[in-house]
Ligand binder design. Structure first.
Ligand code: FEO
Ligand code: CA
Ligand code: CA
Ligand code: CA
Length: 592
C-alpha cells in the first residue's frame, strides 16, 4: 500500500499529540485568549469574583459555572459582522465540591445551605455578553457596560411556557396555577440559533435536581422515564419544596424543554417551546427548508433514546423579525427510525395516530409532548447510543449526529453497530436533494462517518486509512461546528474515561470530502479533567470560541485539591470553567 507523502487533509496545521496536561494546548501558529471565566462580571454592577465569599446576588451578575453551548450573534441583528457581537453561553451545571470551599459546602447551618443552593441556581442558565475587537488578529474585549449584557438563571429568572402543552393540568403548580410561567431553566447543555436571530437552549439532565421518591407518587413511571430516581445530585429539594416531587409532583414537567432567548432584546422573557417536545434535549439545531418552513433537530442524550425533528407549520418571514416570534409554537414533531438498509424514516408524533391515543394514556397532543419519550417508543423509534449534538453542514446540507457512547448496549444494529460502544460514533444523514435540501422529507439516507476509539482492532474503530500517519483517534464525540468551507470541528467528552485512556478531550478538525475525509486532526486539547464544549466561529472564520467545561475535575478532586487550577493557576483560587477564543497569529482563517 502506498501511503501519501503529504497530509491528505485540507488543514494547514500540525496535529497535536493526545497527552493530557494541566494546561490547554493549541496547534502551532495559533493564540488562545481567555475571554470569560466563571465569576467574571457580566452586568455593569457585578462585584469582583471572590470564591471564598459567594452569594446568589453576586453570582447572578457574574458569568455562570460550567459553560457549554457557545454562539456568536453579530451586531447589529441580521448582519455578519465578525468584529462585534453578542456571545451567548449556556451554564449547564454546578459541582459543589469544585465550586465551594469546604467550610461552605460542609456547613450544616440552614442559612449556609440556602445560600449555597441559591448560589448554585444563580450559576446555572445562560449569559449574553457584548464583545468586540478591532479586526482579525486583534484581541477581543468584553463590553462591560453593554445594555445587552444579561444573566438568565435558575434562581430568579421567569420564563414563559408556550405551545400546545402550556397551561396543561400537568404543568400547573401551587406557585403557578396557570401552568405558563416557570422560574428558571436547568441544565442548559448545547443549543442552537434560529434564522431570525434568537438562541435556543436545550434543557438536558433535569433529573439531577429533583428529590422525593417516585414510588410514593401516583405515576412513578413519569419520573423514572426521565431519570428521576429520588437520588438528586443537588440539595435544592431540602431548601425549596418545588424540587421535591412528593410535594410538587408537576414541577419536573416544567423542565426538559427547548428554551428560546432573544439576545437582542434584554427585556424579552425567554420562552419554553413545548411544541418541540419534552426530553433530555442536548441542543436544538435549525435549518430552513426550500419552502421557507424551518426544521429543528434535537438529540435526547441518554442511552437508548432518540433523535427528533420538529418542522414549523408556517414559513419564517425574513423581512419582519417580529413575525417569527411564536413560529416555534406550531408544527409537527417526529422521531427517527433507522432501518438496516440505510434509510431513516421520520415518524410523526401526532395525537390520535399510530397508537398515540387514550388506549396508551395520551388524551391530547399536550400529553404526547409532555411524555415525548414514551410516545417515541410507542411509534417504534430506534434507540440510539446517546444522541448528543446534531448539526447541518452548510455546504452539503447533510446532517451529522454525534452518538457519544453506550457502555451498556447489549445488542448491535445498523446505526448502533457496536455492543457495548464505549467510544461513540458519528452518523451522516442525507436528505433528498431536489430544488434544495429537503429537510422536511419523510425519508433520509444514513451511513456512518466514523467509529471512535483507539487505532487497534479490539476497539472496532473506523476512520480514514491514513489516520495513523496524519491524524488522531477520538472518543465520545459531543459537539460539532462547521466552518464556512463545510469542514467539521468535533468536540469530545469522555468523562472519567479520559484519565484511564490518557487521552485528552479537545477539538478535532475533520474533512468530510476528498482524500482527507474522516481523518480527525487534533487542534486543541483541554486541561486535565475538562471536556470541550462550544465550538463556535465568527462569520469570517478568523476566531473560534471554545468552552472549557469542568477543568481540573477528576475523581476525588475538590476546590482545595483540583487536578488543575486552570486558567489562573493562582492557588488558592480554584479552577474556573471559561470560554477561550482561538485566533491565528496572522489573523488568518482557522485551520487554513
Ligand atoms: Fe450535557 Fe449531552 O451533554
Ligand atoms: Ca457537560
Ligand atoms: Ca453535550
Ligand atoms: Ca457529553
Amino acid at each position: 500500500e502506498v501511503v501519501p507523502e503529504m497530509d491528505p487533509t485540507s488543514f494547514g496545521f500540525r496535529r497535536l499529540d493526545d497527552a493530557i496536561q494541566v494546561n490547554h494546548r493549541v496547534a502551532e501558529g495559533y493564540t488562545v485568549q481567555t475571554l470569560l471565566r466563571w465569576g467574571d462580571g457580566v452586568l455593569a454592577d457585578a462585584p469582583p469574583f471572590d470564591p471564598f465569599q459567594q452569594s446568589p446576588e453576586a453570582q447572578s451578575k457574574q458569568f455562570g459555572y460550567n459553560n457549554d453551548f457557545v454562539t456568536y450573534m453579530p451586531l447589529p441583528v441580521g448582519s455578519h459582522n465578525p468584529n462585534h457581537g453578542l456571545l451567548c453561553v449556556n451554564h449547564e451545571y454546578t459541582d459543589a465540591a469544585m465550586m465551594f470551599p469546604k467550610a461552605q459546602r460542609a456547613s450544616e447551618s440552614p442559612e449556609d445551605l440556602k445560600r449555597m443552593v441559591e448560589t448554585e441556581q444563580a450559576a446555572h442558565g445562560h449569559s449574553v455578553v457584548e464583545i468586540r475587537r478591532q479586526g482579525p488578529g486583534a484581541a477581543w474585549q468584553v463590553v462591560k457596560r453593554s445594555r445587552y449584557n444579561r444573566r438568565i438563571t435558575a434562581w430568579q429568572s421567569k420564563l414563559q411556557i408556550r405551545g400546545p402543552a402550556a397551561g396543561h393540568a400537568d404543568l400547573r403548580t401551587l406557585d403557578d396555577p396557570t401552568g405558563t410561567v416557570c422560574v428558571g431553566t436547568l441544565n442548559n447543555c448545547a443549543g442552537g440559533t434560529t434564522p431570525w436571530g434568537t438562541v435556543l437552549l436545550g434543557e438536558e439532565n433535569i433529573n439531577a435536581y429533583f428529590g422525593g421518591n417516585p414510588a410514593r407518587t401516583t405515576e412513578p413511571q413519569r419520573y423514572t422515564s426521565m431519570g428521576i430516581q429520588g437520588r438528586p445530585s443537588y440539595r435544592w429539594h431540602e431548601v425549596q419544596p418545588r424540587f421535591d416531587i412528593e410535594q410538587n409532583p408537576n414541577e419536573p414537567n416544567r423542565f426538559g424543554w427547548v428554551v428560546e432567548v432573544d439576545p437582542y432584546d434584554p427585556t424579552a422573557r425567554p420562552v419554553k417551546r413545548t411544541a418541540l417536545g419534552r426530553f433530555k434535549h442536548e441542543g436544538a439545531t435549525s435549518v430552513v427548508l426550500p419552502d421557507g418552513r424551518v426544521a429543528i433537530y434535537s438529540g435526547d442524550d441518554s442511552a437508548g433514546e432518540f433523535l427528533y425533528r420538529f418542522v414549523t407549520q408556517e414559513r419564517w418571514n425574513p423581512n419582519a423579525r417580529a413575525a417569527n416570534r411564536d413560529l416555534l409554537d406550531q408544527g409537527s414533531l417526529s422521531v427517527a427510525q433507522f432501518s438496516e438498509e440505510g434509510f431513516v424514516r421520520w415518524i410523526p408524533l401526532e395525537h390520535g395516530q399510530r397508537g398515540l391515543d387514550a388506549s396508551q394514556g395520551f388524551a391530547s397532543q399536550a400529553d404526547v409532548l409532555i411524555q415525548t419519550r414514551r410516545a417515541a417508543r410507542v411509534v417504534g423509534a430506534t434507540p440510539l447510543d446517546r444522541p448528543e449534538d446534531v448539526q447541518v453542514n452548510p455546504i452539503s446540507g447533510r446532517l451529522y449526529v454525534a452518538l457519544t457512547n453506550h457502555t451498556q448496549r447489549q445488542q448491535a444494529d445498523g446505526a448502533n453497530p457496536r455492543a457495548p460502544n464505549p467510544y461513540g460514533h458519528i452518523l451522516e444523514l442525507t436528505p433528498p436533494m431536489g430544488e434544495g435540501v429537503e429537510h422536511g422529507a419523510e425519508r433520509f439516507l444514513w451511513n456512518i462517518l466514523l467509529l471512535g476509539g483507539p487505532l487497534d482492532e479490539a476497539s472496532g474503530s473506523a476512520y480514514n486509512a491514513y489516520v495513523e500517519t496524519f491524524g488522531n483517534w477520538l472518543a465520545a464525540p459531543d459537539n460539532f461546528a462547521f466552518d464556512r468551507q463545510g469542514r467539521m470541528w468535533i468536540a469530545t467528552d469522555q468523562g472519567g474515561a479520559q484519565l484511564k485512556r490518557g487521552h485528552a478531550d479537545g477539538l478535532f478538525a475533520c474533512d468530510l470530502q476528498g482524500m482527507g475525509r474522516a481523518l480527525p486532526k487534533r487542534f486543541f486539547s483541554c486541561p486535565v479533567g475538562a471536556e470541550m464544549c462550544g465550538p463556535a466561529f465568527t462569520p469570517d472564520d478568523t476566531s473560534l470560541f471554545l468552552a472549557v467545561q469542568h477543568p481540573g475535575e477528576v475523581k476525588g478532586s475538590s476546590f482545595e485539591n483540583p487536578a488543575s487550577r486552570w486558567p489562573d493557576f493562582a492557588a488558592p483560587l480554584p479552577p474556573r470553567p471559561a470560554v477561550v477564543v482561538v485566533t491565528h497569529k496572522q489573523g488568518k482563517v482557522i485551520g487554513g
